[in-house]
Structure formats: C-alpha cells, structure tokens
Design a protein around this ligand. Structure first.
Ligand code: 3PG
Ligand code: MG
Length: 377
C-alpha cells in the first residue's frame, strides 16, 4: 500500500476519507479526538499543494438525510482544530459539489456532507462510488476506524482511482497492530463490551493466538450462561452462547488460561446505582443484571496481567457510560499504562481509555480491522 508521502499532490484534487464519526452533544462536537488524530495527514496534504476534499460518515442515517447527523458542526470543530477555514457543502456528490470542488484552490479544504445520507455508500453502489471518484484525482484513506467497512468511499473509490494511498494515521495504526501479529509472549487478551455478535471472529482468532483470555463486560454473560449458570436479566444474545462454549472448550483443549469474572456488580437497571450489589459468578439474581466486574475480579485480572509481555484490550468491563459502573473499566485503563507490556487498545470506546492514559503508552487501534484485514486502498 502506497503512502500519502509518495503521492504527487501538487494542484491535485485529493479525496481524503477520514473517520469523523465523532460524538455530538446539543449540536456540537463532544470529543475531538478523531479530528485531531487525522490533522497530520491534512497538514501534509495542504503543504504538498493539494486541494483537499474530506469525506466521512457520521452515525447510521441508513441512506436518509437526517439533519441531526449533519457534518456541519464537525466542519466547525475541524476548522478550529486546524486553525484554518474549512468549507462545507450540504451534499457529498452531484453537480453542486463538483462546481465547488472546481473552485477549490490548492491549500484549501472542503468537507462534504455525511456520506451515509446516500444508501449507495453502505451498499458500495458503483454509481455512487463513481460520483465520488469524479470529484478527485487522488484518493487517500485515513479513516482507520472505518477501514473494515466495504463501503463505497472505502473500497469503491480506490477501485476506480489509480493514484491512491494510506494516510499517516492509517499507517501509524497499522504499525501498532503489526506488533500483535507476532506478539512477544505471554500474550494476554482482555475482551469486554456489550455485544458478542460482530466480535465472534475476533474472539476465535484471539482464543487461538493469546496465552491468556480475560473476559468481562456483557461478553462475560455469555460465558456464564455457557457454564450453565443463571444470568438474571443481564444483556444476553442467547444464540451466541454456543460460541462462548466453543471458546471455553478450545481453551481447555489447548491448556490456555481463560478467566471469567469471579464476581459481578449487579443492579436492577443501569440507573440503579443505589441498589447495586456485588455477587459471585454463580449468584446472579433473577431480577438483576450485571453492570460491572467486581473488585475480586479486578485483583485476579491484575495478577494474570502481571507476567504479560503483550496485552490486547477490546471493550469495556461494564456499562461505563453510567458511573459508578465505570469502575472496572477505569481501573483497567489506569493499570495498563503502568505495565511494561506492549499494550494495544481497540474499539469504539478507546477514546475513553486514551483519556485516562496520561502516559500515552497505549496505542489505539480498531479491533475489527485486525481480524477482518484491510479491504481498502
Ligand atoms: C466507528 O465509530 O466505529 C467507525 O466510525 C465505524 O462506524 P460504523 O461502526 O457505524 O461503521
Ligand atoms: Mg465500530
């Protein structure tokens, strides 16, 4: 894959796929991490004399124009972060957009409206990919968080344009990830998060590669059920329980360590902080749900992580959006930068981890990418 640095960008129309899928709150960008991470690529492109056209998705509008998912507030935050003007256009394809692109001078930036306002983005419609490709001479992918999606702006456009390459963020994350392909051992993988579906391939691959598997979050409920224990009203995808059973069997057969939480914080709902209690793994009450891992589990995880030379972490340990059920996740986020291990954190919530990682030893990657492989440029 070619690098942005090897492309001739002078005077060229550059279509830069970025991942500006940022959290919004009351019409403003609530966290600029993803915008800031791609600034080095944008700056380099501007210095090289490119006419920069940025494209991103935001949320899941499913092919409809949803004003609350407009990238307009993102253009404002982008301009502020870059300290340069950013133009914004209320669509991402069509004659109006083409006219604006023609007028764009070298060193100027245009942000297109949400790609997913068009159904052709997610379906990788050739017509839509063609309309996007018409806007540009060169394509660069810096949208690391979205690189696993076979969408028009990620695989369709680079199939049409021959001048293409990877942005600096994408390159940096690939370097971080490649350290997991031949990890220094012992290699411990910590898996959490709400859903097991979408992570099944990751689970299987990690179970094969890792020396120790530590399971928390909603993911753990499936393993508890696979052991034949009650999970009460906990989040559970019943049809995914066999996957948990398969992983347990695989670990047993290969003599790998698999650690489930020995205790859970349980509550009536995610808002029931007052009624929360800690119970053992076999004692989840019928009318309660697991909302975090308990203190004993954290101590056990700490002991297991102690000898690790490489640690991969994906997914929170509890419903961290609802404190105090963020305790387990935050405890891990503070613990990992202290360790000497090479630590890789991936997944949609990794901005949270990065924020508590004062020493910046944690490299942020996206789990899906590692497993699915790059289908883009
Ligand atoms: C993300 O936030 O995970 C990426 O931007 C990809 O978004 P998606 O999961 O909606 O495809
Ligand atoms: Mg995602």
């Amino acid at each position: 894959m070619r690098s942005l640095k090897d492309l001739n960008l002078n005077g060229q129309r550059l279509l830069l796929r970025v991942d500006f899928n940022v959290p919004l709150s009351e019409g403003r960008v609530a966290d600029r991490t993803r915008i800031e991470e791609t600034l080095p690529t944008v700056r380099l492109a501007l210095e090289a004399g490119a006419r920069v056209i940025c494209a991103s998705h935001l949320g899941k509008p499913k092919g409809k124009v949803r004003p609350e998912l407009s990238l307009a507030p993102v253009a404002v935050a982008f301009a502020e972060a870059l300290r340069r003007p950013v133009r914004f256009v209320e669509d991402c394809v069509g004659p109006e957009v083409e006219k604006l692109v023609e007028k764009l001078a070298p060193g100027e930036i245009l942000l297109l409206e949400n790609l997913r306002f068009h159904a052709g983005e997610e379906s990788n419609d050739p017509g839509f990919a063609g309309s996007l490709a018409r806007l540009a001479d060169v394509y660069v992918d810096d949208a690391f968080g979205a690189a696993h999606r076979a969408h028009a702006s990620i695989v369709g456009v680079p199939a049409i344009l021959s001048a293409k390459g990877a942005g600096l963020l994408l390159e940096k994350e690939i370097r971080g990830l490649s350290r997991l392909l031949d990890p220094e051992r012992p290699f411990a993988a910590i898996l959490g998060g709400a859903k097991i579906s979408g992570k099944i391939d990751a689970l299987r691959a990690l179970a094969r590669r890792a020396d120790a598997l530590l399971v928390g979050g909603g993911m753990a409920n499936h393993f508890v059920r696979a052991l034949g224990l009650p999970v009460g009203r906990s989040l559970l995808e019943e049809d995914k329980v066999p996957v948990a059973r398969e992983i347990l069997d695989l670990c047993r057969a290969e003599g790998k360590t698999i650690a489930l939480p020995s205790d859970f914080v349980v509550a009536k709902s995610v808002d029931d902080a007052k009624g929360a209690a800690t119970v053992g793994i076999s004692k989840i009450p019928d009318d309660r749900m697991t909302v975090d891992v308990g203190q004993k589990t954290l101590e056990q995880f700490e002991r297991l992580l102690e000898p690790a030379a490489t640690v991969f972490w994906n997914g929170p340990m509890g419903v961290f959006e609802h404190p105090p059920f963020d305790r387990g996740t935050m405890a891990l986020a503070l613990l990992l930068p202290e360790s000497d291990a090479v630590t890789v954190v991936g997944g949609g919530e990794s901005a949270v981890h990065a924020r508590v990682d004062g020493r910046r030893r944690v490299s942020r990657v996206h789990h899906d990418w590692y497993i699915a492989g790059h289908r883009g440029a």
